[in-house]
Design a binder for this molecule. Structure first.
Ligand code: SF4
Length: 342
């Protein structure tokens, strides 16, 4: 069951394996391409072709320029992050990272045998009241990092055998991520990039990521704007935004593809966390996926909701799911005809 964005702080064993938020000691000679990916296999991540054509440099420049009047996400704050201003995500143009580690709690196609190479960015643009990583996403725990160090982290995760680079809560730091990928390419980066987002992105920014991101891993949290506004810091247009974002992701990468080992290398996988009292609109969500994207779309319907952070004080969110609520969610998915529940 996918859980990285929600349970990272709680995975103490994995936390012990965190890569330091600092330049890592890893000689270039020791770096290797992960088994089954990259050199010699005939497969390569999309960003390599874009780098060869010069397009990746152009996109990186355009994305960095957006920091001057930030509309990187659907909040469209318009603040000048390059000048130190901050919007809803509390982030200037300085990169802040909580940590990175091979993670084994994601969906099986992302984990494989060697883990998903997760990198957790500090702060968030969505700010859900039930966030299970509130120390990172709301409080902003983490350390400021140079982009060179982020590139080094990616290479270290590859060296450790991870199957992908999984950027968690990436929306407000897309320019930094693309620049880091560019810096890591000549030093051997060959892993697919997983864009692991809460779904409140700017569809125009997602369009700029075409060919850069191989695997999209968005949440689709709500079908109702009232719920989105109440539980995610006023994001009333979340249902429309997430639908547009996910349609664009699907247009770019299509159905989830796996290699001969069952490890994902391209495609879309949508996460949906079932909430008490059907506040996430699970019945409408599964019908939307089947009708808009097709019943073969990979979907992870998640049962692990628990009241965290401010949700303990919100009566309708202050308990876990009942067994009946979970059974009902799976029944809706089956009735909608979804065939690829991960
Ligand atoms: S990333 Fe989103 S929340 Fe952050 S400043 Fe830009 S538009 Fe605002």
């Amino acid at each position: 069951m996918g859980s990285s964005r929600r349970s990272f702080m709680k995975l103490s064993a994995e936390a012990a394996a965190l890569l330091a938020v600092a330049p890592l000691a890893c000689s270039r000679a020791n770096r290797m391409v992960a088994p089954g990916l990259g050199e010699g296999t005939g497969w390569e991540p999309g960003y390599l072709a874009l780098e060869r054509s010069g397009e990746l440099a152009a996109r990186a420049e355009r994305l960095w320029g957006m920091l001057a009047s930030c509309e990187l996400c659907a909040r469209r704050c318009g603040v000048n992050r390059l000048a130190g201003e901050t919007g809803v995500c509390s982030s200037t143009s300085r990169l802040k990272v909580h940590g990175a580690a091979p993670h084994f709690g994601e969906e099986p196609p992302l984990v494989g045998r060697r883990g998903s190479g997760t990198i957790f960015f500090s702060n968030c643009n969505l700010l859900c009241c039930y966030c299970q990583n509130w120390e990172i996403n709301h409080r902003g725990d983490g350390s400021f990092l140079a982009i060179e160090a982020l590139a080094e982290m990616m290479l270290e995760l590859q060296q450790r055998g991870c199957h992908n680079i999984n950027v968690v809560t990436p929306t407000h730091v897309v320019p930094h991520i693309v620049q880091a990928v560019r810096q890591a390419i000549p030093r051997g980066l060959r892993l697919p990039l997983v864009y692991n987002t809460g779904g409140y992105d700017n569809p125009e920014v997602i369009a700029l990521l075409a060919g850069i991101v191989d695997i999209y891993l968005p949440d689709f949290k709500y079908q109702d704007g009232e719920a989105a506004a109440r539980y995610s810091a006023g994001a009333r247009d979340y249902p429309e935004v997430a639908a547009a974002v996910i349609r664009e992701m699907h247009r770019q990468v299509g159905v989830l593809e796996v290699d001969e080992r069952g490890v994902a290398r391209r495609g879309l996988l949508i996460r949906h966390l079932v909430l008490p009292h059907n506040l996430a609109g699970t019945d409408r969500f599964v019908r939307w996926v089947a009708a808009e994207l097709g019943p073969e779309t990979a979907v992870n319907i998640m049962s692990q909701y628990r009241p965290e952070y401010r949700a303990v004080d919100i009566p309708e969110l202050s308990r876990r799911l009942t067994p009946e609520e979970w059974r009902q969610a799976l029944t809706w998915a089956r009735e909608a005809g979804l065939t690829n529940l991960v």
